[in-house]
Design a protein around this ligand. Structure first.
Ligand code: ADP
Ligand code: MG
Length: 565
């Protein structure tokens, strides 16, 4: 579908200035199709993928029809969630920037009625809210709709999924007869068609094909992956592509929690989003993600709906979505506003047939790729490593180590040998790949931790433990009440430190570090006291996690374990 300059859509100078200020060069297809029709006074049903610019498609004509000199609510926009209401209000606020006397306010649950009441009483013309809160205000008489001229249902499908049907119907039956009604939805299930049939008058249907819009920018690939290998494969793909900002979809909340923890434990900066989190928690996570405070957000479809982020490098379908609509919805989150992005889908076993039927149904352009081998991953890691070293040299931001280097050179070692040995040391200490290497905050500490095992083992216990941490003489575990001692199959030989053990436990379980008590590190194993009530959880979560490239096994410590050297 075509795009046109905003100037050809019959909008005012004030709007043209606003879109220019926002940096929109031309109207998106859905905007091109919808804006002139709404300006003519028609009802519209608009269907297009996430990220296609629906907000401006309804906000611009809404602003144009609202009269600044009338201090009454003239446009009501319904959104499924508080985040969306706030986002739509923000975008509308920017678009009406040059319209003097026109105001917009979001109203949603969780914010005080008082504040919203004051905004409404001040004579705001455009109200954006969630159906529940809008109903509340109507019933209290604080939201009067007698001057209403337009109602917009944004993400109508989502609102019905969330159980707002009754509220929506009551709102629609309460508004004046003479009003325009706009429906926007990524999908068009029967329930929406019912509502349109009952409340819209001869609407113009505008549908922007989602695949036609997504396919050119989103590079879509799929991998046939055994269910148990998904975790390994996703980490390989992240490393090999050096992805740093992406969304990972799982089908259930349990999967989201699990994958979040597994990735976290492997050194990736992740967080999660699903329906069991409180509204406040979700808002916080989304906010952090928008600010790129972490790299990968693991989420369910429903939880990610309200999320508005740009510049995602990749969307992973760790689990295959239910249908083509969900697929399109998910991948629409990368490559927004014309940028290119990547969508990676995992299919295991019979899911391949489901994917094939989606491809046929939605005409997807998705190609099969083979899982990168460990060799390829190594090569990518080596390249990343090379880039990193070059970066440091080019920046000149390093201390010269003349003395050490000269001593080695004096003894006849070549510079190639010295560098190779150092690289070997660095690589050996960072089995998790370029992420760890790149993200490591203190390279000096890396070296410290990378002393060869033999040298380390030869040192006395106290000397070893005096480094960065409070010395903990061996034999302290099993003495405190309320604590359970766990056996871990990694010790000094594996270069394990007490700090790392605490870090892994808190990282994987998200428990506070106070649940960890005394730790005894032995040659080949360690004993750790943990709060008894969390012992089982810690045992379960840490088993299988890799520490310095070593897969951990945990068990309750037996008397024999305690006696071991
Ligand atoms: P949708 O509601 O269809 O999911 P949005 O309205 O949230 O999409 O728009 C997605 C992104 O595209 C937003 O960041 C928005 O600012 C941007 N955008 C909207 N219209 C345009 C345009 N004409 N040109 C460039 N970017 C646009
Ligand atoms: Mg939207």
């Amino acid at each position: 579908m075509e795009k046109r300059p905003f100037a050809e859509l019959g909008v005012s100078q004030e709007i043209l200035k606003a879109v220019h200020k926002l940096g929109y060069e031309e109207a998106s297809p859905i905007q091109t199709a919808v804006i002139p029709v709404v300006l003519k006074g028609r009802d519209v049903v608009g269907q297009s993928a996430t990220g296609s610019g629906k907000t401006a498609a309804f906000a611009i004509p809404a602003i144009e029809i609202a009269k600044a000199q009338v201090h009454k609510v003239q446009v009501l926009i319904l959104c499924p969630t508080r985040e969306l209401a706030v986002q739509v209000a923000e975008e509308t606020g920017k678009l009406l920037f040059f319209k003097k006397g026109l105001n917009v306010v979001p109203i949603y649950g969780g914010q005080s009625y008082d504040r919203q009441f004051r905004a409404l009483a001040a004579g705001v013309q455009i109200v954006i809210g969630t159906p529940g809160r809008v109903m509340d205000h109507m019933e209290r008489g604080t939201l009067k709709l007698d001057a209403l001229r337009m109602v917009v249902l944004d993400e109508a499908d989502r609102m019905l999924d969330m159980g707002f049907r009754d509220d929506i119907e009551r709102i629609l039956s309460a508004v004046p007869e003479q009003r325009q009604l706009l429906f926007f939805s990524a999908t068009m299930p029967r329930a929406i068609k019912d509502l349109i049939g009952r409340y819209s008058r001869d609407p113009e249907w505008v549908r922007v094909e989602s695949h036609a819009q997504n396919a050119p920018q989103v590079d879509q690939v799929y991998y046939e992956v055994d269910r148990r290998s998904k975790l390994e494969v996703i980490t390989r793909l992240i490393d090999i592509n050096d992805f740093r900002y992406g969304l990972i979809f799982c089908s259930t909340k349990v999967m989201v929690d699990e994958l979040d923890q597994q990735l976290h434990a492997r050194g990736y900066a992740t967080d999660r989003l699903h329906g069991d989190l409180s509204q406040a928690q979700r808002t916080r996570v989304m906010e952090k993600f928008r600010k790129r405070a972490f790299e990968f957000l693991v989420a369910t479809d429903v939880a990610a709906r309200g999320l508005d982020v740009d510049d995602l490098e990749v969307v992973f379908n760790f689990d295959l979505p239910n249908d083509a609509e969900d697929y399109t919805h998910r991948i629409g989150r990368t490559a927004r506003a014309g940028k290119s992005g990547k969508a990676v889908t995992f299919v295991s076993g019979r899911e391949l047939y489901r994917l094939q039927s989606m491809v046929r149904f939605a005409n997807l352009r998705i190609r099969r790729e083979t899982v990168p081998s460990l060799g390829q991953v190594d090569e990518a890691r080596a390249n990343a490593f090379y880039e990193k070293i070059r970066g440091v040299i080019d920046s000149g931001q390093f201390e010269t180590q003349d003395r050490v280097v000269d001593r080695l050179l004096d003894q006849g070692y070549s510079s190639t040998d010295i560098c190779s040995a150092l690289i070997q040391l660095l690589k050996g200490g960072a089995p998790a790949g370029p992420k760890t290497v790149v993200a490591a905050p203190k390279p000096v500490k890396e070296f410290e931790e990378m002393r060869p095992p033999a040298a380390e083992a030869a040192e006395s216990e106290e000397a070893e433990q005096e480094g960065q941490e409070v010395p903990r003489p061996v034999g302290r575990t099993g003495k405190e009440e309320g604590m359970t001692t766990l056996f871990i199959n990694a010790g000094r030989k594996n270069l394990v430190t007490t700090g790392e053990i605490v870090g892994k436990i808190t990282g994987v379980t998200r428990l506070d570090s106070t649940v960890v008590g005394a730790i005894d590190i032995h040659q080949r194993h360690s004993l750790v006291d943990v709060a008894s009530e969390h012992a089982e959880l810690i045992l379960r979560k840490l088993t299988g996690i890799r520490l310095r490239g070593h897969a951990l096994k945990l068990s309750l410590a037996t008397t024999e374990d305690r006696a071991r050297d």
